[in-house]
Ligand binder design. Structure first.
Ligand SMILES: Cc1cc2nc3c(=O)[nH]c(=O)nc-3n(C[C@H](O)[C@H](O)[C@H](O)COP(=O)(O)OP(=O)(O)OC[C@H]3O[C@@H](n4cnc5c(N)ncnc54)[C@H](O)[C@@H]3O)c2cc1C
Length: 284
């Protein structure tokens, strides 16, 4: 938002914009991208206060080894006090959101990735329904999403509306038709807006998330395994499973270090049992 006020933008962003800049970069926070990588990969220089109190300026030219590691350093190399990003003039992205079947999106995953600057999709567990999102640069004009369709999409994809509606009604797995219906409530839509409004969405509910980073070519097989595992388990997963990609980067601790990567992120409503050993797992 601060960059947009100056007529500037990052090239790529994650799903939210609540984090601190140093927290987001130090953990390798990423969105989805064919050519553009994580927030940390967009750093051009940083200032670090080291454990002995010295101020160290790092870039590809100055202290390059520290720079390489400190972009995703989890705070281990010192306290970051300033970051210089490779920003660019603010631009427009056209987002195309389109429901697809699980079979179609997994069989066309490579092509969808190759043909779009930012491709991601959500699979709704216990169904064959997915929602895909393609973001590509656009000459405009801006055409922001309608308030109502934007709200429906945000609630279903980002805020686990099925979980909230079905809580206390026998659980999500007890209502397959309702869940199918909710995931089908998503319809295709296209809108054009500035990057942070397209990349990020508000999160209003608490959830726990686990994300695996895999070689990109392994993503589809892994997701099919996840689907098969969910189908044969007593798990009741109400949040969509999110699949994103990143190009290889050169940051030692990055989840995409030296390798084209795909991410599979699973979420559960906060408070739901998440471990196999939980006694409440199968009955709730
Ligand atoms: C709702 C939600 C959605 C999310 N979506 C995404 C997403 O789409 N993609 C994604 O990749 N991640 C995502 N995340 C993860 C999130 O981006 C990270 O957890 C991020 O670290 C949170 O930033 P923070 O400011 O809270 O950092 P903190 O949790 O405070 O810190 C994280 C790490 O950074 C270090 N650190 C913080 N400040 C400094 C500093 N000044 N100098 C040195 N080290 C520092 C800390 O030591 C710690 O190791 C999401 C998280 C949430 C809660």
């Amino acid at each position: 938002m601060a960059l947009a006020r100056e007529g500037l933008s990052l090239t790529n962003m994650g799903d939210i914009m609540e984090q601190t800049v140093a927290g987001a970069t130090s953990t390798g926070t990423h969105g989805t991208g064919r050519d553009s990588a994580s927030t940390a990969a967009q750093i051009r220089a940083l200032e670090l206060v080291t454990a002995d109190g010295h101020l160290l300026t790092c870039s590809e030219k100055e202290n390059p080894e520290v720079f390489a590691a400190a972009r995703i350093g989890l705070g281990a190399l010192g306290v970051i006090t300033a970051i210089t990003f490779a920003v660019e003039p603010v631009f427009l992205l056209t987002a195309r959101e389109e429901p697809m079947t699980f079979d179609r999106v997994t069989s066309e995953f490579d092509a969808l990735h190759a043909e779009n600057e930012h491709f991601e999709f959500y699979w709704f567990p216990h169904t064959d329904n997915c929602n895909t999102k393609r973001n590509n640069r656009s000459a405009g004009p801006a055409a922001p999403p309608g308030r109502i369709s934007g709200w429906v999409e945000d609630e279903l994809l980002s805020n686990g509306l099925p979980a909230r509606l079905l809580a206390g009604q026998g659980g999500a797995a007890g209502r397959p038709r309702a869940r199918q219906g909710l995931s089908r409530a998503l319809s295709a839509r296209t809108y054009t807006d500035i990057p942070y409004k397209v990349f990020t969405s508000p999160r209003r509910v608490r959830f726990v998330e686990m994300e695996y980073a895999l070689p990109r070519e392994a993503a589809v097989a892994a997701l099919r395994e996840v689907k098969a595992m969910v189908e044969r388990s007593p798990l009741k997963v109400s949040f969509p499973v999110e699949v994103r990609t990143a190009p290889a980067d050169d940051i030692p601790l990055s989840t995409a270090s030296g390798r084209e990567t795909a991410y599979i992120a699973v979420h559960l409503y906060r408070g739901r049992p998440t471990g196999r050993t939980s006694p409440r797992w199968s009955g709730s």
